[in-house]
Design a protein around this ligand. Structure first.
Ligand code: GDP
Length: 365
């Protein structure tokens, strides 16, 4: 399964946020494909469309889709040189598909800052630099191998060397691979290197309880936003402390707490959705009397493989998919009315499932 790794310096609110994620507690029985590991938190993806479909179909149960966050502890300066748990930290990062980087933007005299003061850009750079140095080593090793081939006029080697040198220059300027503009062909070559700084990053600016409603007035948040834009990354604002309190509440109590604070949507929900986007994931739905359910696919997945997310038999025996878009279905008001309106299509093996499709698979057992 695709996963987002949570990283950050000590005392920035990582554990607080991760605990909020695990406490919000997706029922793991619903998600047998997810990893069972204390460092992995399963989160349900908040999706208002699921509620609308539930009201329309009135099923016995409703199941949101879910994905994983991995808590990656142990970053220290010098990780790329193997200091502390450095190597372990880097190998954990290698395994995740995207990174949520928690950055401290809150002031609190009672919480020590490892470097003595709040300075999110410096903090971001400490971690990024370790990853950049690790990538620089990867790239330089590869240059050593490819250079000779390039000299003997090997076309592929020449193309690869050019990409490697572009990366090397970026890393020497302390810029991550994701900030470099590459052509489509070059991107394919870059993918092969499995670089740490090529992974998409979402910065989670952790602000104080007082600032959550007006986060833009926090100058640190502004700086993080500018920094992120320059390297093609995104930012969301959270207050880890509020999220951990929210995670202990449910239903009406939770709503009351949100109303009291004047918050429309928990930061955690925004974080989850942003991470889902970052991973390149889409959602499709199945909507039967027994169960209305959301399913996760990688953007661009074709119908048989999308069916395989439900069950491997569905993929193997795939015949066709009956598909209607969420908008058409809810606009019509029921599946029958959508059919009458001609909005339900029969799609075959080559159909690329779209975000929001409501699908009924036909298959041979
Ligand atoms: P980690 O080392 O990055 O995992 O940081 P923790 O989650 O353990 O947080 C370190 C300390 O900061 C704890 O005492 C938290 O209660 C506190 N903390 C975390 N988030 C916030 C926040 O949003 N506001 C305030 N005031 N304190 C926070």
């Amino acid at each position: 399964a695709l996963t987002t790794g949570i990283v950050g310096l000590p005392n920035v609110g990582k554990s607080t946020l991760f605990n909020a994620i695990t406490q919000a507690g997706a029922e793991s029985a619903n998600y047998p494909f997810c990893t069972i590991d204390p460092n992995v938190g399963i989160v349900e993806v908040p999706d208002a469309r699921l509620q609308t479909l539930t009201e329309m179909v009135d099923p016995e149960k409703t199941v949101p889709t879910a994905f994983e966050f991995t808590d990656i502890a142990g970053i220290v300066e010098g990780a790329s040189k193997g200091e502390g748990l450095g190597n372990k930290f880097l190998s954990h990062i290698r395994e995740v598909d995207a990174i949520s980087h928690v950055v401290r933007c809150f002031q609190d005299e009672n919480v020590t800052h490892v470097s003595g003061s709040v300075d999110p850009i410096r903090d971001i750079q400490v971690i990024n630099l370790e990853l950049i140095l690790a990538d620089l080593e990867t790239v330089e090793k590869r240059i050593g191998k490819v250079e000779k081939l390039a000299k003997s006029k090997d076309k592929e080697a020449i193309a690869e060397l050019a990409v490697l040198q572009k990366l090397q220059a970026a890393f020497e300027d302390e810029m991550p691979a994701r900030s470099v503009d590459f052509t489509k062909e070059e991107k394919k070559i870059v993918k092969g290197f499995q670089l740490l700084t090529e992974k998409p990053v979402l910065y989670a600016a952790n602000v104080s309880e007082e600032e959550i409603l007006d986060a833009d007035s926090n100058p640190y948040v502004q700086k993080v936003k500018e920094f992120a834009e320059a390297e093609n990354s995104e930012v969301i604002v959270v207050c880890a402390k509020i999220e951990s309190e929210l995670a202990e509440l449910e239903g009406e109590e939770k709503q009351e707490f949100l109303d009291d604070l004047g918050i429309e949507e928990p930061g955690l929900d925004q974080l989850i959705r942003a991470a889902y986007q970052l991973l390149g994931l889409d959602t499709y739905f199945t909507a039967g009397k027994q169960e209305v359910r959301a399913w996760t696919i990688r953007r661009g997945t074709k119908a048989p493989q999308a069916a395989g997310v439900i069950h491997t038999d569905f993929e193997r025996g795939f015949i066709r998919a009956e598909v209607v878009s969420y908008e058409d279905l809810t606009g019509a008001g029921s599946m029958n009315k959508a059919k009458e309106a001609g909005n339900v299509r029969l799609e075959g093996k080559e159909y690329v499932v779209q975000d929001g499709d409501v699908v009924h698979f036909r298959f041979n057992v």
